[in-house]
Design a binder for this molecule. Structure first.
Ligand code: ASP
Ligand code: MG
Length: 425
């Protein structure tokens, strides 16, 4: 008998009809002779709506109460799914994250899983039940408080449970048929991938692809979980995320696996900072103390005649939500940092092209820059890793840039991708 963990995203459990559909699929999986653990997200846009409500009652919601509030979303869907499964004649039981043994650190809003002790899930499975688990949540032993794993965190719950239960496979169900060469909502010519190597999947997730939570991919890699992305609304086998240990030993790496777009960042330029040893350290100490995670960093070659008054510009990007506190901190430290001014641009898009085969193929950057030149799109920043090239453009040109790059790398498909549900919110 195989043990399968299936995770259903918000758009898959968006209303009563969809919940009944999921119930049917889960029961079929069990009837095929498997033990089944199901992880659910909150229904539709519930998490966003709860967040909006919190922001209506206060400008500054406390992280503890916010976690209490948001975890309610997943509790609604877990109980409704259990009710639907039981009504359809099978047996199931739902569990909160704490009941399922998801132990985390104490960082509200973005907790990390420290340990998984799924005794109650095992018991339920041994008794022939389908176990339903609320995604995105856990608890901390010291504070005895409920935590959440960060937006999109239900994927991580599913992979962590799959690892702890030594499951045969972890299936992430959403509203598209798998991992695509780009977000099919943005680029309808995107092509579904049958396989993607785990390194490329990590880079794509880090670059803003929302199909999988990055920490879920990290977890899967570390624990060799056989991870698949599928659609709730079709029988397509989906995409397998593979590493050497999960069946990818003979796979040839693609030069380019996909293109991801991220419109959630802000660019800050520290203009005219003295060109002296230690200045970059000072800037990023201030940024780190403000508690922001920065992404791209570019420092211009210094300009100026005398060694003494040479200055350069340091630019970096960070999540929009972190920009206010970082700007505040940099302004407060202007006298010691000694820069001339700050430029802040919220209207940027970051487009990344990712592929493990880049390590061994040349010409990838030339193809990318030619595509943007031909489309008349100006590049504001560039950064690269071994298997990724990212550019920043004006936000209004980001979609056109992504399309041009997608076409230039021969990723376009003749058939239009199907998006079955969801607002992509
Ligand atoms: N409901 C949470 C969110 O919308 C967690 C998840 O969907 O994975 O971010
Ligand atoms: Mg969601």
């Amino acid at each position: 008998m195989a043990l399968i963990v299936q995770k259903f995203g918000g758009s898959s459990v968006g209303d009563a009809t969809k919940i009944k559909h999921v119930a049917k699929r889960v029961i079929e999986t069990q009837k095929a002779g498997n033990q089944v653990v199901v992880v659910v997200s909150a229904m539709g846009d519930t998490t966003d709506e709860l967040m909006d409500l919190a922001n209506q009652v206060t400008d500054n919601p406390s992280p503890r109460e916010l976690d209490m509030l948001l975890t309610a979303g997943e509790r609604i869907s877990m109980a409704l799914l259990a009710l639907a499964i039981n009504a359809a004649g099978a047996q199931s039981r739902s569990f909160t994250g704490s009941q399922a043994g998801i132990v985390t650190d104490s960082k509200h809003g973005n907790a990390r899983i420290a340990e998984v002790t799924p005794d109650r899930i095992r018991e339920a499975l041994d008794e022939g039940d389908i176990a339903i688990v609320a995604g995105f949540q856990g608890f901390n032993r010291e504070t005895r408080d409920i935590t959440t794993l960060g937006r999109g965190g239900s994927d991580t719950t599913a992979v962590a449970l799959a690892a702890a239960l030594n499951a045969d496979v972890c299936e992430i169900y959403s509203d598209v048929d798998g991992v695509y060469t780009a977000d099919p909502r943005q680029i309808p010519a995107a092509r579904k991938l049958d396989y993607i190597d785990v390194e490329s999947m990590l880079e794509l997730a880090a670059a803003g692809a929302k199909i999988l939570h990055i920490r879920a991919v990290e977890f899967a890699r570390r624990h060799n979980v056989d991870l698949r992305v599928r659609s709730t609304f079709s029988t397509d086998p989906g995409t397998r995320v593979i590493s050497g240990k999960t069946g990818g030993e003979n796979m040839e790496e693609s030069v380019v696996s996909g293109v991801a777009t991220d419109k959630s960042q802000t660019k800050i330029i520290v203009v005219g900072i003295p060109d002296l040893p230690g200045k970059a350290a000072e800037v990023f100490n201030v940024v780190a103390e403000a508690g922001a995670n920065i992404d791209m960093i570019v420092q211009n070659t210094a300009t100026g005649v005398d060694v003494d008054d040479k200055v350069s510009d340091i630019s970096f990007t960070l999540p929009k939500g972190d920009s206010a506190k970082v700007v505040g901190a940099l302004e407060a430290n202007q006298p010691t940092l000694g820069y001339r001014e700050l430029e802040v641009d919220h209207e940027i898009g970051k487009i990344s092209v990712v592929g493990a085969g880049m390590r061994t193929h040349s010409g990838v950057s030339a193809t990318l820059f030619n595509a943007l030149a031909k489309a008349g799109i100006n590049i504001e920043m560039i950064s690269t890793s071994e298997i990724r090239i990212s550019v920043v453009t004006d936000i209004t040109e980001a979609d056109a840039a992504a399309r041009a790059i997608h076409t230039a790398f021969g990723l376009d498909s003749d058939i239009e991708a199907v998006v079955y549900a969801g607002t992509g919110r």
